[in-house]
Design a protein around this ligand. Structure first.
Ligand code: AMP
Length: 120
């Protein structure tokens, strides 16, 4: 799937749409999800144009990959999520219901999150 530069997160990265920013560095932007599924629901996205984890894991540089993973850990530590716990999730493609075609990692926290995934 080719990257669509009109997707919502590309527009946020270009400053065309607002976001509630949580964190930013050279490789990464993180912001609050507009429709939170838990008391804490943060999205961490690479600044580069990658459709999903499939694309990111195949094409991103080691620095971009390390930058994103380190950012997720840093955000969680900075927000005190390490001890109570948190969950990360990344959807790829149809069966996972990926809605926005720019790679993003969800961070969920703030309540007991149950086990794994819905059976529905
Ligand atoms: P996914 O199903 O993994 O593609 O998740 C996309 C997520 O993006 C959903 O949780 C949406 O609530 C969230 N989302 C969509 N538009 C925005 C936006 N403008 N700002 C923040 N989050 C958004």
């Amino acid at each position: 799937m080719a990257y669509d530069s009109t997707n919502i997160f590309a527009r946020i990265l270009r400053g065309e749409l607002p976001c509630k920013k949580v964190y930013e560095n050279e490789h990464v932007l993180a912001f609050h999800d507009i429709n939170p599924q838990a008391p804490v629901h943060i999205l961490v996205i690479p600044k580069g144009a990658y459709v999903s984890l499939d694309d990111f894991s195949a094409k991103a540089s080691d620095a971009e990959i390390a930058g994103l993973v380190r950012a997720v850990g840093e955000i969680a530590r900075a927000r005190g999520l390490t001890e109570p716990g948190y969950r990360i999730l990344a959807n790829h493609g149809r069966d996972a219901n990926q809605e926005v075609p720019h790679f993003h990692v969800h961070i969920f926290a703030g309540r007991p999150l149950g086990r794994m995934i819905s059976k529905a």
